[in-house]
Ligand binder design. Structure first.
Ligand SMILES: Cc1cc2nc3c(=O)[nH]c(=O)nc-3n(C[C@H](O)[C@H](O)[C@H](O)COP(=O)(O)OP(=O)(O)OC[C@H]3O[C@@H](n4cnc5c(N)ncnc54)[C@H](O)[C@@H]3O)c2cc1C
Length: 393
């Protein structure tokens, strides 16, 4: 498939969403230019979980094995009461799980590893130009295409613009105009240890979630088991934009004191925590205007409780490339078809992620009810409950 007028498609943002979008479009023969505001393409250090739905789309574009090469496959996902230590539920994630979801695995990976794999894939395609220290400041959309202005005043013309520039996207502000993100009142602290730093009695190959009152703590291995990822989440009204702030240990321990020693012993091992103030937005559906569309967190930022933001960005990218391939001469129509195919699925994840957050942080009778409801399920019932998500897109 050739580009309609030789001009590239422009992408604002070179995170997970921007890079995978560039790759998915370029493998169909379209030239793409990616503009990243940072001085290098990088991801901050922490782990993410990848459901079988991301592997279904990665397989379509030939990157499934690449991503799996750096991942860890946890044997199960376990939920425990962070006060009593009691097991609430254990869901197998091995062969039985994979068979249920069309042969696709559940994996955990360092953000830098998946981003690094996407970067390598982009670098191997000479239709993709990757540019750093290039912030997209504004754009003009016309019948001929899009002209963007970069920080410093440079202008670049393209056929279209895809904003993959995250939660605080200025392009979203212009298209959707819904102001600042919604602050959830939850904060995440994240840290990574090497396997050697984890006491032998605390190392587990599984995804383990300790549910406490107004807080929870998750750990799992990364990078083929060489690293160990810790995520502690608690209620707080603190607000700070960005992905790289440092978290106070004192604040953390105020929220986790009195919990099981398996939790507090692990928390004590991290010297420097990275902090994220967790935000999302109300779902919308009009995120395309003419030759400009949004993708990933710019389109549908979500809380991380279903572990799906990067998975949804990757699904978006593959669906977008398919819609463009169906009508390469009419990008506004292809972008609308992409939006139409994606908005209800991503809205459902945005809404359900909030429900899961409340559920993890339940107290008193609500916590008892949760433990009874999820503790009584068979594996098949647990798989059935999440099949709307893992069975797609
Ligand atoms: C605590 C936490 C845990 C998570 N866990 C999971 C998980 O387990 N599984 C999962 O799938 N997802 C998870 N996520 C979500 C996932 O990290 C995000 O959804 C995903 O990174 C979004 O990717 P993106 O490319 O859309 O946006 P971003 O990662 O925000 O990337 C945006 C990029 O655009 C650049 N940029 C911004 N503005 C401009 C501009 N004007 N010009 C040029 N460049 C610009 C930025 O520098 C950045 O590189 C988690 C998120 C959090 C906070």
């Amino acid at each position: 498939m050739a580009a309609a007028n030789g001009k590239p498609i422009l992408i604002s943002g070179g995170g997970i969403g921007g890079l995978i979008t560039a790759f998915a479009l370029a493998r169909n023969g379209l030239p793409v230019r990616v503009f990243e505001q940072a001085d290098e393409f990088r991801e901050v250090g922490a782990g993410i979980q990848l459901g079988p739905n991301i592997f279904r789309v990665l397989e379509k574009i030939g990157l499934k094995e690449e991503v799996l090469a750096d991942a860890h496959i946890p044997p199960s996902q376990e939920m425990r009461n962070a006060i009593t230590g009691d097991l609430i539920t254990n869901i197998p994630l091995g062969a039985e799980f994979s068979k249920r979801f069309g042969g696709q695995p559940y994996a955990v990976i360092h953000r830098a590893d998946i981003h690094g794999r996407f970067l390598k894939a982009c670098r191997s395609n000479n239709l993709i130009t990757l540019e750093t220290s290039r912030r997209v400041d504004s754009y003009v959309d016309s019948a001929d295409g899009v002209a963007i202005t970069l920080e410093g005043g440079d202008k670049v013309e393209g056929r279209a613009l895809i904003a993959c520039d995250g939660m605080w996207s200025k392009i979203r502000e212009r298209i959707v105009g819904d102001g600042k993100p919604r602050v959830s009142g939850h904060i995440a602290y994240r840290g990574v240890l090497t396997r050697e730093q984890v006491p032998k009695d605390l190392w587990r190959p599984d995804v383990v979630l300790w549910a406490g009152p107004k807080c929870h703590f998750v750990h799992y291995p990364l990078r083929r088991g060489e690293l160990f990822n810790l995520v502690a989440v608690f209620h707080s009204d603190h607000y700070e934009e960005g992905w790289n702030a440092e978290g106070s240990k004192e604040l953390l321990f105020n929220h986790f004191k009195g919990l099981r020693p398996e939790v507090t012993r692990l928390l004590e091992l991290i010297d420097t925590w990275k902090m994220w103030v967790l935000c999302d937005r109300e779902p919308v559906k009009n995120w395309t205007q003419g030759n400009v569309t949004l993708l990933g967190d710019a389109a549908h930022p979500m809380l991380q409780y279903l572990a799906q933001g990067a998975c949804m960005a990757t699904e978006d990218a593959v669906v977008l490339a398919e819609k463009v391939a169906e009508q390469p001469g009419n990008l506004p129509a292809a972008f609308k078809a992409y939006e139409q195919a994606r908005y209800l699925r991503t809205a459902r994840v945005q809404i359900m992620a909030r429900v899961y957050g409340d559920f993890y942080h339940a107290r008193g009778v609500t916590a008892e009810l949760r433990d009874m409801a999820v503790g009584g399920r068979t594996s098949e019932q647990a798989y059935e409950g999440i099949s709307w998500l893992y069975g797609g897109p």
